[in-house]
Ligand binder design. Sequence first.
Ligand code: PGA
Length: 254
Amino acid sequence: MSRRPLMAGNWKMFKTISEGVDLVKKLSAQTADVTDRDILVCPPFTALAAVAQAAKGSTIAVGAQNMNDNLSGAFTGEVAPGMIKDAGASHVLIGHSERRQMYGETDALVNKKAKLALEQGLTPVVCVGETLAEREAGNTFNVVERHVMEGLKGFTSAQAPSIVVAYEPVWAIGTGKTATPAQAQEVHAFIRRKLEALFGKEAAQVRVLYGGSVKPDNIDQLMAQPDIDGGLVGGASLKAEDFARIVKFQKISA
Ligand code: PGA
């Protein structure tokens, strides 16, 4: 089954409102001819509404990088799912490794946030992936299995097509050390089998993105892998030309 590619940019803690609006406008001009793949940008909260407004009428969807696991309440500094929707976003990153590592997000919290996102009409992009120490200790598959099985626990097969998974080996994020296409494919195929265990045949509809030093010069090889359905791109999504080239990856055979 062929899944529609999803090319996502994670701007992290970069871009003011005016810079973000400028970037999304440039990106939309440079990707106006793209019809066979989905494009998503995830600005910081402060720029979310303005970027969503600027992206209106284009094919670019907008997502948040995080959300709180409650609908509202006394949670100083946090942002609720309804507020993210209200700002014009359709997606939200959940459990990015930077949140797991620096802000203590657990699999249980990731699961709670992902469920709430979906209930509130946001597409959760659930991030999974091992650290360098975990890979070197031979624990890659254990860690990824736990992230997938715990993070997506309790979802129904009917909900599966509305979930996106992003495999991001932590050692490849921001390091310039991309996983080789074969290394990435190996884990993506493993994730697909875990999704099958959870969702049966609906697993074939779940898009699994690769993230970690995706660049214009490696995206074609990555996208040639059968179980890689898109990219989650940090650094290279901050320049319109680079991200547009990534969106416009060339179809080559693996
Ligand atoms: P990178 O970040 O492309 O800069 O490695 C990817 C991510 O953290 O989503």
